[in-house]
Design a protein around this ligand. Sequence first.
Ligand SMILES: Nc1ncnc2c1ncn2[C@@H]1O[C@H](COP(=O)(O)OP(=O)(O)OP(=O)(O)O)[C@@H](O)[C@H]1O
Ligand SMILES: CC(=O)N[C@H]1[C@@H]2OC[C@@H](O2)[C@@H](O)[C@@H]1O[C@H](C)C(=O)O
Length: 367
Amino acid sequence: MSKAVAKKGPVRALGAMSGTSLDGVDAAVIVTDGLDILGFGESDYREYTEEERAVLSAALGLWPGEGEEKAAEVVMAAHEALLGRFRDIDLVGFHGQTLAHEPRGRGTHQVGDGDALATALNLPVVWDFRSADIEMGGEGAPLASFYHHACARWIGAQGPVAFLNMGGVGNLTWVDPRIARPEAEGALLSFDTGPANAPVNDLVWARRGLAYDKDGELARQGEVETGALELFLDDPYFSRIPPKSLDRNAFPEMMSLVRELKDEDAAATLMGMAAAAVLRGMEHCPEPPEMLLVTGGGRKNPVLMEMLSVSLDCPVQPVEEVGLDGDMLEAQAFGYLAVRVSRGLPTSCPSTTGVKMSVGGGKVSRP
Ligand SMILES: Nc1ncnc2c1ncn2[C@@H]1O[C@H](COP(=O)(O)OP(=O)(O)OP(=O)(O)O)[C@@H](O)[C@H]1O
Ligand SMILES: CC(=O)N[C@H]1[C@@H]2OC[C@@H](O2)[C@@H](O)[C@@H]1O[C@H](C)C(=O)O
């Protein structure tokens, strides 16, 4: 093991996440011993160009060997350029780009090669975080849950809180910080709530050539079509007991449900579906959280935040309200998880992914 990974105290880990909304790569430094957050460092972002996004979008659903080379090139070039800007890094946590996710079938596929990245950066790289969990019967997602537990302790939460990540897909982690170890029974419950921003992005791209509905401007002018919403909520996914996870395009019927609607109503309805999926998800919490802390791009959408606030009994706040960075939380999570993997600590457990027993997923590649 390289000296940097083996050293005992805190390390400066660089986490990188290329999420399901296909907007770009986030990278952030976190200082941690794999248990506690000891500090935060620099962060940076590399947006995908329109051409790159088109390549990634066309590769969604592909499995290894099915012609994903172009997507791999896009992902690797973006990561090498972005991660090369950072200095004094001990270890990299590289999530890659999820192209396909079928935990009960073919597994999960994040494109990107950790071996090649380790060589390019001359640093140890932890990657392929999800496969081991799936091999042991888990969903392979969500994985940020253990980091959310560290966040809840870092903000000094005294009772249960919930983290909601509204990226392309939504995921929720209920945390009881009074239980010190995340893998201990009762400390965590996590699962994907449903589609979040991805359907609205797809809609405004197809109809208006926009990457996303900025500040919910389009949705704000429309009305939620309740018939479509009810049909969407009939899907058995929402009553399934968590843990559970989703592929980005797991609800293809959403688009046909709004096909006949004018742009404003279609955007409002898709946003309403994302919010309603969260409300259904909240019903699975073991006890009501003291607050819902929202991370990911969706927290910047006032229409979505309003939909959540009016329907939930607890305060709904962006994570910035408690001193965290909602643009970088997932990137930090994969830095934190990389340190855990390098130290043999678990990264998921039965209540976060449904895995049979706690598991530390992830390969370590050295330069
Ligand atoms: N000002 C804004 N108004 C409305 N929506 C926004 C705004 N800013 C960001 N978003 C939405 O958030 C998305 C990006 O979110 P984020 O970066 O959290 O996604 P991700 O990391 O790709 O996803 P995931 O967490 O699912 O992997 C954008 O594609 C857009 O839909
Ligand atoms: C398979 C996969 O990449 N899943 C992502 C996706 O994006 C959000 C949601 O679906 C979550 O399950 C996960 O990412 C977060 C960061 C996680 O693993 O916690």
